[in-house]
Design a protein around this ligand. Sequence first.
Ligand code: SAH
Length: 229
Amino acid sequence: MFTTTLFLCASAFASSSGNDPFFDQRMSMVEAQIKQRGILDPQVLAAMLKVQRHLFVPEKYQSSAYEDYPLSIGHEQTISQPYIVAYMTEAAKLHKGDTVLEIGTGSGYQAAILAEIVGKVYTVELIESLADTAQKRLKDLGYQNIFVKQGDGYQSWKDNAPYDAIIVTAAPDSIPNALIDQLKPGGRMVIPVGSFHQELYLVTKTESGIDKKLLLPVRFVPMVKPKED
Ligand code: SAH
């Protein structure tokens, strides 16, 4: 009897998770790494629960996709730790109709989290093969509100500016002016700054300039300055 009950519970749960073998792990990730550390924005929690992070990492790392650390995505780049993705997304104070720019597409995971919350996501990646792979992955997953471009984030993506929010996922030495210029008044930018010691900042564009709030120490890959031809 006991065995039967357990079996029924397990099958009911499996069907609610839509045949996703990682659903359990993703739920634990949201609970233990994100909620319990103080991320409470329901739209961020819902996005982190919905997006299948294991589809954004190389196959050999799929079983570690929901662990509490960053993972390699090749080309010496990483997909950020889940908590940092959630933290930056919450810090950007997003609304449904927002247009958001991300610098550093990488795997496309942060872009997918953003696209679950806002209207449109534009994302720029310097490394061509990462941009191509992310674009294909996001298309295959059915995202129609994410636009990927191979290019240099220091130049931003002017055509769609101004943005309600900008999320930068590689660290420059100082805040690039082009990014500030392309924020709407009242717009928010979440950006890691520094080389060895990095700090995450929330930058808000004001009438008279910018307001900079220090959030926490972080470790991101550098935002690379491409060589001029
Ligand atoms: N947001 C990503 C992780 C980003 S890792 C994800 O969710 O997976 C940082 C990325 O920034 C890397 O892919 C790196 O190639 C890219 N990058 C570094 N310098 C850049 C630049 N100047 N412009 C655009 N992308 C850059």
